[in-house]
Ligand binder design. Structure first.
Ligand code: ADP
Length: 524
């Protein structure tokens, strides 16, 4: 069967082989299993259902949320010689009837519809007469309220499938794989004995890095200066920032353009074209820019501000290097940005549960900026692929700083968190460790704790930095959203017991380092 699939891949699409993730998904679908395929944008999700659709007897219904993308897909299939059609609200009644007639005659292998269509009687009448082999749900995360793009109309899909005379195979495809979204897709699409495959999140031509404490505008200037001929995107959080950057660089003679929702439609279209055809090298944009953009030679994506979560970040950063050539993704991190993102979350009129969820994702984004671990691995694991090794390319993997043993510092911090009964935030813990005479410290009697003043050699800021590092690495947890409270994470206990050591790459050094073996004993 796989051989036949590869044959179709070659004859219709001209590709010599499947990508590893595609092959598993295609095999799973051909064996008749409901399958959830999770792949990043650009990973090649369409092929995963298009090839099985060609091999199945009968028609495949593809449910897709964006009418414009639907048309692109159908056109691409047509030029490959595959009979497909879309039925959506842009067609007039006569055209819809004509396509439905052809569908009944068995002309199409794939029929693209918007989810709203599933609720109309005429469409239901049509499909009851069609031999439907498979239903492919594109952008399946739209069914979940936890996804970034919830569409209530997706909730009709399960009902639709159940109403069919014979249950088809279901293919669900998405680029979002947080556990909540995955669980929702399984439940709300009523997948049966489904298989879940995650692949392709690692991109081996991307060099990821996080820069902290840079003068951002200056950094970008130096960076662009050295790459005048290359195409790149600079993302900023607000229109105001985009305009300011655009003005600044245009005045200095850089080849730039911009994109955000505050510009007229005509200007947006013009600027996008200019960037696509290399008339302007650098695109300054908010996250409004990028949906459906397939520019292959983007050599770098710089984030001027912190994105709201890793899904958004990786999608934007992933626009670099579509051609497979080495490309850079740089995130300029300033901790003030955290406040901005928290403000956005608070502004959002959604319920408390939703807000908490957004906070959780934001914390993972912040952890990404602080972790000393491999950045590529961090992201791939976030998306659910735990098998990935270190990339050896990112800013952390290539960081030359030597590893330092900070086990003693870790024990001091964890022990203090524990003795404060895991009820307070990082700054109060830091004050206690520093030995501060702060009113709150004295009021609570924390100056009587054995951990009081244990880290007087450090500045409070350094202690907070250390705590942030321990959070990023899973030694400490933050348990509340609005007022973050520190608690011990899973990895802290073995360290406290002296069973495991803690190593750190970015050095946070005390003014004078204290080596006190006895202290080890006392802290346990
Ligand atoms: P997604 O829907 O996951 O964003 P697409 O299905 O649009 O991705 O595919 C992304 C790009 O990869 C397209 O240009 C497609 O032609 C290409 N592609 C997909 N599968 C293969 C393959 N097996 N070999 C080579 N190129 C592929």
């Amino acid at each position: 069967m796989l051989q036949k699939a590869e044959e179709k891949l070659r004859t219709y699409f001209g590709y010599t082989s499947f990508r590893p993730g595609q092959q598993t998904i295609v095999k799973s679908l051909l064996s008749g299993c409901d399958t959830l395929g999770i792949m990043p944008t650009g990973g090649g999700k369409s092929i995963c259902y298009q090839i099985p659709a060609l091999l199945f007897d009968g028609v495949t219904i593809v449910i897709s949320p964006l009418i414009s993308l639907m048309k692109d897909q159908v056109d691409a299939l047509a030029s490959a010689g595959i009979a497909a059609a879309e039925i959506n609200s842009t067609l007039d009644a006569a055209e819809v009837r004509e396509r439905m007639r052809k569908a009944r005659e068995g002309v199409y292998k794939l029929l693209y519809v918007a989810p709203e269509r599933l609720e109309t009687d005429s469409f239901m009448a049509l499909v009851s007469e069609l031999p439907i082999a498979m239903v492919a749900v594109d952008e399946a995360h739209c069914v979940s309220q936890w996804g970034h793009d919830f569409r209530p109309s997706y909730l009709a899909i399960s009902r639709f499938i159940q109403s069919l005379p014979k249950r088809p195979v279901i293919a669900a495809l998405t680029a979002t794989a947080t556990p909540e979204v995955t669980a929702d897709i399984q439940r709300l699409l009523s997948l049966q004995d489904e298989r879940i495959y995650i692949s392709g999140f690692g991109r081996d031509n991307l060099h990821l890095s996080v820069r902290k404490g840079e003068d951002r505008r200056r950094f970008i200037r130096d960076y662009l200066e050295a790459r005048r001929e290359q195409a790149g995107i600079v993302y900023a959080a607000t229109r105001k920032d985009v305009d300011a950057l655009y003005d600044y660089f245009q005045e200095r003679g850089f080849s730039v353009t911009r994109y955000h929702a505050g510009l007229s439609e005509a200007e947006r279209a013009r600027n996008q074209e200019a960037f696509l055809y290399d008339d302007a090298r650098v695109m300054f944009a908010t996250n409004a820019f990028g949906m459906g953009i397939d520019k292959s030679n983007v050599r770098y994506v710089i984030h001027y501000s912190l994105p709201k979560n890793l899904e958004a970040y990786y999608q934007e950063a992933g626009r670099a290097g579509r051609d497979g050539e080495p490309s850079e993704c740089i995130l300029l991190f300033h901790s003030q940005d955290i406040q901005t993102q928290m403000f956005f979350i608070e502004q959002n009129q959604q319920g408390a549960e939703r807000r908490e969820h957004e906070y959780k994702k934001l914390y993972a984004m912040i952890d990404y900026c602080r972790t000393p671990r491999c950045l590529q691995q961090y992201i791939v694991q976030y998306f659910g692929d735990h098998a990935a090794g270190e990339c050896g390319r990112c800013g952390n993997c290539t960081n030359e700083a030597e590893l330092a043993d900070i086990t003693l510092e870790a024990q001091k911090v964890f022990s203090c968190v524990k003795r404060m009964r895991e009820r307070y935030g990082a700054s109060l813990v830091a004050q206690v460790l520093k030995g501060s005479r702060n009113k709150k410290v004295l009021e609570f009697g924390f100056d009587k704790l054995p951990t009081y003043g244990l880290m007087s050699d450090y500045t409070e800021k350094q202690i907070v930095d250390l705590i942030e590092l321990f959070i990023a690495e899973g030694y400490l947890r933050v348990t509340e959203n609005k007022y973050p409270i520190l608690a011990l994470g899973d990895r802290a206990l073995p360290v406290l017991k002296g069973e495991e050591q803690v190593w750190q790459k970015v050095l946070i050094r005390p003014i004078k380092r204290e080596e006190d073996d006895e202290l080890f004993e006392r802290l346990r």
